[in-house]
Design a protein around this ligand. Structure first.
Ligand code: 5GP
Ligand code: MN
Length: 324
């Protein structure tokens, strides 16, 4: 691991222009990592541009930062290197994949177990709680000190990817890093209020709607809910407002595998978000539909109607929960 950090250090020092990107439907880790990487490169005197298929969701507007939302045809400043953060495959960066198709100078920094090592340089550590945990080490390696602003990016990333420090991906190192972040003087309580206590009313209404549609099968061990385009429009919420609802399903007593499906982005290609607890593995489950993620949080897209997709996922989930 140390050698790859040294190699990346040389590349970051040698390059002049960098494009930074992260996965579609960006989460706290993707967003925090992108802003932290941008800061790191700027401190090294580099020209940077952050580009992502999707805009920064309003949950993270409190950072007061934006990036370029990429649509084909948009002019982007030229770049020689690409840094891909928190994405297990190039498919996961959506339209930005086309933008970078002609460069092989890709630095892939990630913590997904399903990472395809698609970069010329890859720092992939499935034992890291988050991509930002790896970036913390990179800051140290590069001798760039962490300001309160950078600490807020990294803290939010680590906090959100660990379910507020509850998940299995937590290690002593995670807490050591977070202790160092707090030492910068960053106001963790204010950050947590921004993160968890500024919920738009549309999101609460959307959760209420989804709560009312919760379904259970297999003696209550599999839970799911469905979000349709029409329902989303009716609540006035955004698609990113549904993020996190699948965790509510997972937290139901007795539930082993939970999932949420939606046809919002594409009526014939259903997006599924999967969660599990205990020994159950949704990375493998999502993998059987060409998706992936982590053992207890994964996703995939499946062609078909909502009903067909729900049936397919339940069928696969049953293979795990009915075994004992
Ligand atoms: P979420 O359910 O929050 O969208 O995603 C949970 C986890 O699964 C994240 O780590 C995310 O990167 C991964 N993930 C979500 N959707 C997909 C997908 O379509 N393909 C792959 N490979 N991973 C996904
Ligand atoms: Mn992550």
């Amino acid at each position: 691991m140390r050698k790859i950090f040294k190699d990346i250090k040389k590349i970051l020092q040698a390059g002049d222009t960098f494009l930074i990107t992260t996965h579609i439907n960006p989460d706290g880790d993707g967003i925090g990592s992108a802003f932290a990487m941008d800061y790191l490169l700027k401190m090294l005197g580099k020209k940077t541009v952050i580009v992502c298929q999707d805009s920064v969701p309003h949950d993270f507007a409190f950072f007061g930062k934006e990036w370029i939302q990429y649509k084909e045809g948009i002019e982007i400043p030229s770049f020689h290197y690409v840094v891909v953060l928190d994405a297990p495959s190039l498919q996961r960066i959506g339209t930005v994949g086309k933008l970078i198709a002609n460069t092989s100078n890709i630095i892939n920094i990630d913590h997904h177990i399903s990472n395809q090592s698609f970069g010329k340089w890859n720092i992939v550590d499935p034992h890291a709680s988050s991509c930002s945990e790896i970036l913390y080490t990179l800051f140290q390696e590069m001798n760039v000190s962490i300001t309160q602003e950078v600490a807020s990016f990294l803290y939010v990333a680590i906090s959100t990817d660990t379910g507020s420090f509850r998940y299995q991906n937590i290690t002593p190192m995670t807490h050591t890093i977070v202790a160092e972040l707090i030492r910068t003087g960053v106001d963790v309580s204010a950050l947590n209020e921004q993160l968890y206590s500024q919920v738009p009313v549309g999101k609460v209404k959307l959760f209420a709607l989804l709560m009312n549609k919760v379904q259970l099968t297999c003696d209550g061990t599999i839970a799911w809910s469905v979000l349709t385009n029409e329902e989303l429009a009716a609540t006035g919420a955004q698609l990113s407002d549904a993020d996190g609802f699948v965790n509510v399903l997972r937290d139901i007593e007795k539930v082993k595998i939970a999932f949420m499906v939606s046809n919002v982005q594409n009526p014939s290609v259903i997006k599924a978000s999967l969660r599990s607890k205990g020994k159950y593995d949704v990375n493998t489950l999502a993998g059987s539909f060409n998706g992936g993620g982590h053992a207890k949080a994964a996703g995939c897209t499946i062609k078909g109607t909502v009903d067909e997709v729900v049936k397919k996922i339940i069928h696969k989930a049953k293979e795990q929960v009915v075994q004992e």
